[in-house]
Design a protein around this ligand. Structure first.
Ligand SMILES: NC(=O)c1ccc[n+]([C@@H]2O[C@H](COP(=O)([O-])OP(=O)(O)OC[C@H]3O[C@@H](n4cnc5c(N)ncnc54)[C@H](O)[C@@H]3O)[C@@H](O)[C@H]2O)c1
Length: 375
């Protein structure tokens, strides 16, 4: 069956070739309601990701697909650096004033440790580039914005599960770059409430991959996050010298607890955010003033410990992980579990996929692409 033939809405995805970006592009294309424009400089991604995601969309087209459906399966991909305002302007110029319906701004640097060593690089890439993107959007009369924020904005939160009303107090330059961008958006939406609508999505810990195994997470160097680290160990890409940092936290098994969410569930949350930017949406009705800005947690609302993840990956991969318990790592907090009630209530958000599916899909991606997009 072909999709209803409302004209396609052009949505610009920054960081479209990255881990989360490629899955968001998949989710957009799956609807056949959007024309995806991607901006990425491939600082941390491979352009093949976009080719593969477009292939997924083409393979899913029905036999009676219209020309418009086929168009929705193609990506307008721009190799461009967001810190270079003139490059971004050239992309907007191509579509003209009002030509881009909305922006999902995903591109950023994201390594917490690196951000403490190179704070200016992080503020330039994550904050200055966002300001300049918003300026260009304004020039080209594009006022709908979905922002990739992070649970790191909460730092060490006083309440678990974490509600959105928690004070923002990030512990690293990376986290602060996210807080700054949220604040900038807030100021902009207050300054021009008749124009702008913005939603910040505070991601918890994404894991897994598209079930086709065609796209997935491909960190450069030794993975800093648990899921890709375990996958790389099982595939023999890094030594299997797993260290668990602390087993004396006040959690059920003593190891740190995080809220892992399947990347496909996370990606589909962006569709709900776009719907919430439509004129008929009610999500801004309960804002305290006329500014149309909201922030939502995207998590499962269920914490999982390091050891639970290791065991789930052992089942999925068959790899016999051996680990050593070492001392606590500076900066780690015992539990970061989301309260996703607001996103569920106002956006209709759900994250139904299980930990087992996350591990299975990750392993499927890793075994099909042991060296990532290089293969
Ligand atoms: N992965 C996580 O665990 C996680 C958790 C919370 C929030 N986030 C946020 O989600 C977003 C995406 O994360 P990811 O895991 O997909 O990372 P990623 O590195 O895979 O994707 C980011 C993409 O942005 C691109 N990019 C970076 N700077 C750019 C620039 N100046 N111009 C153009 N493109 C640029 C990179 O090349 C990459 O393709 C980031 O904003 C990150 O802060 C990620």
């Amino acid at each position: 069956m072909s999709s209803s033939q409302e004209p396609l809405k052009r949505v610009l995805v920054t960081g479209g070739a990255g881990y989360i970006g490629s899955h968001v592009v998949f989710a957009l294309q799956e609807t056949r309601r959007y024309k995806v424009i991607s901006i990425d400089n491939n600082h941390n991604s491979d352009p093949k990701a976009l080719k593969r995601v477009a292939q997924i969309a083409k393979d899913a087209l029905p036999e009676d697909a219209t020309e418009q459906d086929k168009d929705s399966a193609e990506i307008d991909s721009h190799s461009c650096d967001l810190t270079q305002a003139q490059e971004v302007r050239a992309v907007f110029e191509k579509y003209g004033k009002g030509g881009i319906w909305g922006v999902i701004h995903i591109a950023a640097y994201k390594a917490v440790g690196e951000s403490t060593e190179k704070p200016l690089l992080y503020y330039q890439n994550n904050v200055s580039a966002t300001v300049s993107l918003l300026q260009t959007m304004g020039e080209y009369e594009c006022f709908r914005f979905v922002y990739s924020s992070s649970a790191t904005v909460y730092g060490t939160p006083p309440t678990i599960p974490i509600p959105e009303t928690t004070r923002l107090q990030a512990d690293s330059p990376y986290g602060r770059s996210k807080v700054m961008c949220e604040n900038i958006l807030n100021d902009l939406c207050h300054a021009e409430p008749e124009k702008w609508r913005a939603i910040s999505l505070r991601y918890f810990n994404p894991g897994g991959a598209h079930p086709s195994g065609l796209i997935g997470e491909e960190p450069r160097g030794r993975p800093g996050n648990l899921f890709p680290l375990l996958a790389h160990m099982a595939v023999g890409r890094v030594p299997a010298d797993l260290k668990v940092f602390g087993n004396d936290y006040p959690t059920p098994d003593g190891t740190c607890v995080r809220d892992y969410i399947h990347v496909i569930d996370l990606a589909r949350g962006h569709l709900l955010a776009l719907d919430a930017l439509q004129p008929e949406s009610k999500v801004f009705d309960n804002c305290p003033d006329e500014a149309k800005i909201k922030a939502y947690n995207l998590g499962k609302g269920k914490g999982m410990s390091v050891l639970q993840i290791v065991e789930a990956m052992r089942t999925a991969t068959g790899f016999n992980y051996q680990y050593e318990i070492v001392g606590r790592r500076r900066g780690d907090v015992p539990d970061l579990t989301a309260d996703p009630t607001l996103a569920e209530k106002e956006l209709g958000f759900k994250a139904p996929q299980t930990l087992e599916t996350m591990c299975k899909d990750l392993w499927n991606w890793q075994t099909k692409n042991p060296r990532g997009y290089e293969d």
